[in-house]
Design a protein. Structure first.
Length: 86
């Protein structure tokens, strides 16, 4: 984006997994543990690194905070640019 003339724009690609609202915390923790385990093998990490992935598995609370920050950031961008849904 810097080369395109937008030096301040940062929009990294990320993936996350969410569950329906109201999912019991013990289920969320179990899912989080399974994702951590699936990303632990060195071979898995190496394959994803070869694709340019930077694996970051945090806590459900950290992911929630990141989603809140993303929503605030992009809501501000949409409002500032007066973007409307068509």
């Amino acid at each position: 984006m810097i080369e395109a003339g937008y030096p301040k724009l940062q929009s990294p690609f990320w993936l996350g997994v969410v569950a329906p609202a109201g999912t019991p915390p013990e289920i969320i923790d179990k899912l989080n543990a399974a994702f951590r385990e699936s990303m632990a093998p060195a071979e898995t990490r190496a394959r994803l690194a070869n694709l340019g992935a930077d694996i970051k598995i945090g806590t459900p609370a950290q992911f929630g905070a990141m989603l809140t920050a993303e929503l605030a950031q992009w809501t501000a961008v949409v409002k500032a640019a007066n973007i409307k849904v068509e």
